[in-house]
Design a protein around this ligand. Structure first.
Ligand SMILES: C[S@@+](CC[C@H](N)C(=O)[O-])C[C@H]1O[C@@H](n2cnc3c(N)ncnc32)[C@H](O)[C@@H]1O
Length: 284
């Protein structure tokens, strides 16, 4: 085989894979309504191929039948492609900044509405609930925690996490300015822990798809961390506009450490409050 025929075969394979990739996305959209068109395509394709490899299947089209016919198959695929990776007090410096600089401002409000968009299995939400309790404002706060992945929300509602993660979470908690003993917030059973129930007294976990759903409240604080990195520019713009419309005047928006509003169409509608921690405020 000549070098040029090898190259041409590789090109044909890539083209075929791209067609298969589009067919998988169409199957998902037609069957479940989830639209991945505006996600960052190369990383989405990589994650789908990873799933195909894990199942020891040959190609992307092999998963179309199971996607259409088997909801459980799709849910587990969604777990791979949606990357529900998270941890408690993730980026402790961010939580410290929130505790020291933003919570004291929210403390002056009569009521505080908080939205965790893309909350995955809920660790970020429990971290917030702990912090609000320690700062004495938990009773006036209402937290809405949403994700488009129903399985992760089910896990979030249980408040059950692996015991082996508690060492890291305890370190994060103290680095984030924790004021008590982290073990006061959970009970250990065998290899798991269960967060104490009072933490979710004012928390509602619900499905919401940032790509297709609309405004459902007016929030003083929105956290959407480590979600937008998976979206293309167009979808990011949609989400920033959705957040703008979902915010009370002077509401705060928090993004992940690798995310920014800088190049979005909504940039002018927000002021940077703490650049390092990716905390922004909606203009008045
Ligand atoms: C990496 S996790 C981030 C979890 C948490 N915010 C954190 O920073 O630790 C990304 C989450 O975004 C969710 N997600 C992805 N696309 C979404 C969409 N269109 N609407 C709502 N949630 C989405 C995924 O299901 C996943 O749980």
């Amino acid at each position: 085989m000549t070098e040029s025929s090898v190259l041409s075969e590789m090109q044909t394979n890539n083209e075929i894979e791209d067609i298969e990739f589009k067919l998988v996305q169409s199957a998902i959209k037609l069957r479940y309504g989830h639209c991945f068109e505006f996600y960052a395509q190369s990383s989405l394709k990589r994650r789908l191929l990873h799933h195909v490899g894990k199942l020891e299947l040959n190609c992307l089209t092999d998963i179309i039948g199971p996607i259409i016919r088997d909801e459980a198959f799709f849910e587990s695929l969604l777990n791979t492609v949606s990357v529900p990776v998270t941890e408690m007090f993730r980026d402790p410096e961010f939580f410290k900044a929130l505790r020291e600089k933003i919570i004291p401002l929210l403390e002056t409000y009569p009521r505080v509405n908080i939205w965790h968009a893309g909350c995955a299995t809920g660790e970020e939400v429990y971290s917030m609930a702990i912090m609000l309790e320690e700062e004495g404002i938990a009773d006036k706060c209402k937290i809405f925690a949403t994700d488009f992945n129903g399985q992760t929300l089910d896990k979030a509602r249980t408040g059950i996490f692996a015991l082996e993660k508690m060492k890291l979470y305890t370190e994060n908690y103290y680095r984030a300015g924790g004021k008590s003993s982290f073990s006061d917030y959970y009970d250990a059973h065998d290899n798991n822990i269960k967060m104490v129930e009072r933490l979710t007294k004012n928390v509602t976990f619900a499905r919401h798809n940032l790509a297709t759903d609309n405004v459902f409240g007016q929030f003083n604080l929105i956290l959407c961390r480590n979600v937008l990195i998976y979206f293309g520019r167009q979808l990011q713009d949609r989400v920033f506009s959705l957040f703008h419309d979902s915010m009370a005047p002077l509401g705060y928006l928090c993004l992940g450490s690798h995310e920014s509003i800088d190049y979005s169409k909504s940039r002018q509608q927000f002021k940077t409050i703490i650049e390092r921690s990716k905390i922004y405020r909606k203009n008045g």
